[in-house]
Design a protein around this ligand. Sequence first.
Ligand code: ADP
Length: 549
Amino acid sequence: MERTDPVAGRSAVAGEPLARRWLRACAAVGQPRMRSHLLITAVFVLLFASFVFSLARYWTGSLAPRLYLTAETQARILAQSQAAALLETIEHGAPGHLRSKLFDLMQEILLVEDPATGGRIVLGLDLQIDYEAVPVAPGSLELQDGIRSCERCFHASIPLIGQRGRLLGVAEFLMSQRYFDTLADEMRSKLIAESSIAMGLMALVWITMLVMFHRLHKAKLAIEASDRAKTRFMANVTHELRTPLNAILGYTQLYKQDAPLMARHGDGISSIDRSAEHLLMMINDILDFSRMGEDNLALRPEEVALQTFLKTLVEMMEVRARLKGIRLERRFQPGLPSVVLVDEKRLRQVLLNLLGNAVKFTEHGHVQFSVERRAGAGERETRLRFSVQDSGIGIGPSELDSIFIPFRQVDNEITRAEGSGLGLTISQQLVRLMGSELRVESEPGAGSHFWFDVDVVVVSDSGDAGAPSSAAEAPASAVTERTFTVPEAAFLEEFTEQVRRHNVLGLREMLTRLDGRPDCREFVEYVQPYVRSYRFKPLLEWLSRISPG
Ligand code: ADP
């Protein structure tokens, strides 16, 4: 029987042999979910290993030596007390019976048992006497009893010093190590029990994390699937809505040219026209937003006469600014290139959105639109900074981060009346596609400043303003003659796919991956200008020529 995971779309076979399941699990290792599971498991294995290692070090380096020292001290104290009895007998015993008394005493000492272990404490005893200090015949008190040597037991040599401070002899004790063994066993068992509890808790946390992660992942997949379905639905609906709207707009344009009709119904027709325009703008925003989700938003650069482009933009905004009674100031740096390679439609969309917002959120004062040339781009490129500054209501610091989030608007009377909250999200995405970042500074009550820098290929500079040249095509032909190492087939295939999708960000990311490879330096240097200038068609042609397939 085959089951299909409704979310992941993978199938599992009940009763499948273990080897096959194992193979399938191995194949799944490459998937992000498996990678995260493996990462969590690896972290825990590392934690377990370091925990066990620290325990072992604690035992061998600290606890066991301390226990040994304790047991050794105990043995020494006991030997001292037994030696005191021997000294007493030697000092005060009658010389005639001294040998037998000492022998009996040694027997008694050897019989002493440890109540904790139940075994003998003193295993062997060797008595050496200084016959000059003890008044007995030399050699008469050479006494030795019990075992003579042992491997792990403690040795304690106790000097027998008489009352007048004279050394009478030395008693050599061999003490049992059983006390140490019992102590060590007890401590080891305690340590193992406690660390097992700790490791059990760690395992529990690990399993809980895996289960939670698994559930979160499933929920994420379900949300993503539903999000994709919604976005696709939005894209379909908005696409369908555009057709009738275009028809409405087409007719209002026709009616606007009919003077008698305009004389009678001018207000109504203008109102229909304005509303339809507004609706179309909203629909276009939603369509762009849904394309963004599907990764389908792409740039199509073409040669653009910069001055004309900027002039048209200003003209479009001037009417709205004048209607609101604010000044639209333009500051275009002298010496801007005359023809550049950009996606005109998308750049216009971003700038119209920024200018439109500036006019919308400014009640008094001015809106300043400036374009300047900045240093830092490549040989045939120039960096342009576009900025829009206004003296409007501004944005509070807490809201500044959220204005780029879809549908997010700062609540005020203007936003309550109009806007979808998508303009800045789409603009930021488009600016990122151009390889830059839309930035903002704002102060409530003082105004806002939005700006971004883009590197554009200069087709014709100010000096030779005129028709777009074909210079931009030069490297394509130059390269066909060049031979250099290209990356492996799998990389080229993925690269070609990204070129086909016009995915500039993806291409840049792939090229950074090659950064550490000197053999691919020429390849990177060659394709980079194409990527920067969005010239995907010649790049695609070149890739199809060099690809091994
Ligand atoms: P919309 O303008 O359709 O509401 P946007 O994404 O363009 O959506 O802008 C998001 C929000 O950012 C706006 O609703 C507004 O609150 C704030 N905002 C954008 N530009 C400005 C500006 N120039 N001055 C003040 N607030 C602005």
